[in-house]
Ligand binder design. Structure first.
Ligand code: SDX
Length: 427
């Protein structure tokens, strides 16, 4: 097979290199296209456009495959611990015990946040959305630790990754606790990473904290499942912000803001709100299916559809099974789960959804578990951000180590042609 693509533009033929990935994906390298033809490509939403070559995550939307550094999401979700998956995403290999123990102890040594951050947090209105607070506080941390990361030093980058892996969970716990009017505290650094996150979030000041293994195992699995997803909107945001050589914390803060959108990570909150609306409406799923198909109605079936998956999102399959298990273990009978399953069944049998290959995505069932764990709807996307943090770090590191150029797309101008200024008297 020729390793070239031929492009004929009017009377000119241009040869373009073909890039073949390790899973035999093919890409046309157009990096010299404009120089050789004065022509650009146009692809709103980048549905057909690759922004980079990456070795972090592979997904096949047609086959419903998702792998982190070659390991299947099914195996990692079943067998791994979130912190070792974070190490895998960032450094490309599963850590040995010495590396994992060192990472955890380095994180614990970095797990203090300047008390002045609490003053910033306390000045947000209680009604402020947790994602807005988290993005702001992540950016605010820069003021307390302004040193730029030396991307030519692996040690310096490791220290920066440890720093952010240490501090973001504390911010998440503090945002959650302030919303509940609880004191802002630290966890117990003799615990594992996820155990400590759950203790920081759920411990109460007037009683001894008893670890709930169902809770820890569910959070661990959900964090792993949200770990990375190649060039999604928020990860692409982290990469493009980082490409200007903005710092790691600034890039992650931008990623949090991108994830907040209801078409992206904000969908998990929107799914629960939709399911609760259906429940309050007497469980009339058919009405909401009709709304989702009505082009004059902006309503979409939240948690359904995906830019890449045109088959089941493998994460949704795992979370659906986990939701059954968690609710069963906690002895919760939540009608919302049955409504979700009914909606899924209806959608999978509906021609509109079948024709458009709309399947449940990662956000469809995750909120049901978070709700069972007594995490409020508006905190769901914060939990998504906590899981996606190592993926964002991994992509920021890869982009900087590859010395990728600043992201600056072109455009096709469709505005006014040259015209002269007219004085206001004559307008
Ligand atoms: C995440 O990219 C990632 O990897 C993201 C993510 C990650 O891990 O980072 O996987 C996490 O963001 C998951 C997606 C969460 N979002 C939602 O659940 C919101 C609901 N879904 C949709 O808004 C939509 O499916 C998107 C945004 C997810 C994908 O949109 P696309 O790829 O731009 O597809 P599209 O809008 O062009 O839709 C194609 C057709 C349209 O109909 P037609 O114009 O062809 O007639 O499908 C329809 C759409 O109207 N459609 C839906 C629908 N999703 C698409 N119709 C009803 N309900 C929906 N949910």
């Amino acid at each position: 097979m020729s390793d070239k693509a031929k492009l004929k533009i009017k009377d000119k033929e241009i040869e373009l290199d073909l890039i073949v990935g390790s899973e035999n994906e093919l890409g046309i390298d157009i990096s010299a296209l404009r120089a050789n033809s004065n022509v650009i490509t146009l692809d709103p939403g980048y549905k057909n456009t690759g922004s980079c070559q990456s070795s972090i995550t592979f997904l096949d939307g047609e086959k419903g495959i998702l792998r982190y550094r070659g390991y299947s999401i099914e195996e990692l979700a079943e067998k791994a611990d979130f912190l070792e998956v974070a190490f895998l995403l960032i450094y490309g290999e599963l850590p040995n015990k010495k590396q994992l123990d060192k990472l955890l102890s380095d994180i614990n040594e970095n797990s203090l946040i300047d008390e002045d951050i609490k003053k910033i947090l306390e000045n947000f209105p209680k009604s402020a959305h947790p994602m807005g607070i988290l993005s702001s506080l992540t950016s605010a941390l820069i003021a307390f630790d302004p040193l730029a990361v030396d991307v030519n030093s692996e040690d310096d980058m490791y220290d920066a990754f440890v720093n952010i892996l240490a501090k973001i969970p504390i911010l998440v716990a503090w945002v959650y606790r302030r919303r509940r009017g609880l004191p802002l505290d630290y966890g117990d650094y003799s615990l594992g990473y996820v155990e400590n996150i759950t203790k920081m979030m759920f411990q109460l000041p007037n009683s001894e904290y008893v670890q709930n293994d169902t809770l820890v195992n569910a959070i661990n699995k959900l964090l792993i499942l949200h770990g990375d997803h190649e060039q999604n909107c928020s990860t692409s945001t982290v990469r493009i912000v980082g490409s200007s050589h903005a710092g790691l914390f600034a890039s992650i803060s931008a990623g949090i803001s991108a994830l907040w959108g209801r078409l992206h990570g904000g969908a998990n909150q929107a799914v629960l709100e939709m399911l609760e609306a259906i429940e309050n409406d007497g469980g009339d799923t058919k009405k909401y299916m009709a709304k989702a198909k009505d082009k004059s109605d902006p309503f979409r079936l939240m948690g359904f559809g995906h830019r890449v998956y045109k088959n089941f999102d493998p994460r949704a399959k795992i979370i659906k099974v986990a939701a059954d298990k968690v609710l069963d273990e906690l002895g919760i009978d939540d009608p919302i789960l049955e409504i979700a399953k009914g909606l899924e069944k209806e959608a999978l049998e509906d021609q509109y959804f079948v024709d458009r290959k709309l399947y449940p995505n990662v956000d469809f069932y995750s909120g049901i578990i978070y709700k069972a764990l007594k995490i409020p709807n508006e905190m769901f996307t914060v939990m998504f951000a906590l899981g996606r943090l190592p993926g964002w770090i991994a992509h920021w590191r890869e982009m900087r180590k590859n010395k990728e150029p600043i992201g600056r797309p072109r455009q096709i101008y469709t505005g006014e042609n040259l015209r002269n200024f007219t004085n206001i008297e004559s307008r």
